[in-house]
Ligand binder design. Structure first.
Ligand code: PAF
Length: 281
């Protein structure tokens, strides 16, 4: 496995691979790799000749009160995981390499942001879109892999790829779950034993909602009430939001039809859990 820290060298490596007719699968990450990343890598490994992973903690997507400095970093561990999961090249630039000067042009995301978690993260998706424009130009992937745990990020990347005409296929990858249905997250460890036992009720509420929709219910308010009642009755968590939108546009729906997302966020004592399902009605 190659580790490349320079943009020029990465572009040269990619050019050589492309000259040999190879396809490039790309998994962008901020490191501290977990099972979700490994699922993306395994899928990308199977679908492309070359598997490229970037590890870069992008300062542009952190707000002033967010944890850029304390964001976990462990390159040696990431290196081992990447190597053991069939990665061909890790692109691991420094902040100075990516942002040698203050950017004079940045991406500005206008839609798909003022809902779900994006509502509380002003400027976050501008930072994500800006670094992805750079990474897409450096890595020039045929396919880019993103996890649906962050379905809003997937929606924003979909808009970015379409609006800027990147010749890249976006591959959204399903949420990885524990056996009892709880969406895997490194934050689950912060649940108390009682909360951990309650937490599968979140996914259960989404499944119940889907079943009601499959049976013909089309009113978003009825579905929202059903989810809220299920979570309130069966968990000690406090609901942050239960929202439903057209997907990936993230536009309001008066009636549940077409491709939709149902997303929830629930606060427990020390951790806020998010989950979602996307499906065609
Ligand atoms: O999902 C992430 O880890 C980041 O937002 C991404 C896509 C790597 C951009 O910095």
């Amino acid at each position: 496995m190659k580790v490349i820290t320079s943009i020029k060298e990465m572009q040269k490596y990619i050019k050589n691979q492309k000259n040999e007719g190879k396809t490039i699968g790309f998994v962008p990450t901020m490191g501290y790799l977990h099972e979700g990343h490994l699922t993306l890598m395994n899928k990308a490994r199977n679908e492309n000749d070359v598997l490229a992973v970037s590890i870069f903690v992008n300062p542009l997507q952190f707000g002033p009160n967010e944890d850029f400095d304390s964001y976990p970093r462990d390159f040696n561990r990431d290196f081992m995981l990447a190597e053991n999961n069939g990665v061909d090249v890790v692109f691991h630039p420094s902040t100075e390499e990516m942002y040698p000067n203050k950017m004079s042009v940045t991406a500005n995301v206008h839609s798909r942001i003022d809902v779900l978690c994006g509502r509380q993260r002003n400027g976050h998706f501008d930072g994500v879109a800006t670094v992805l424009v750079k990474l897409f130009n450096i890595v020039q992937p045929d396919r880019a892999y993103f996890g649906l745990k962050d379905a809003q990020q997937v929606a924003v990347v979909d808009g970015l790829i379409t609006d800027f005409n990147f010749p890249i296929t976006l591959v959204p990858v399903e949420i990885v779950r524990e056996e009892d249905g709880l969406a895997k997250s490194s934050r689950n460890i912060n649940l108390t034993a009682k909360e951990r036992a309650e937490a599968p009720r979140l996914f259960e509420s989404l499944q119940m909602a889907k079943q009601k929709i499959d049976e013909g219910q089309r009113n978003p308010k009825v579905i929202e009430d059903l989810i809220q009642a299920h979570i309130t009755t069966h968990t000690s968590g406090t609901i942050d939001y239960v929202e439903m939108y057209r997907y990936p546009e993230l536009e309001e729906l008066s009636e549940l039809t077409g491709k939709i997302i149902i997303a929830i966020a629930v606060k427990f004592t020390k951790v806020r859990l998010i989950d979602n399902i996307t499906f065609d009605v």
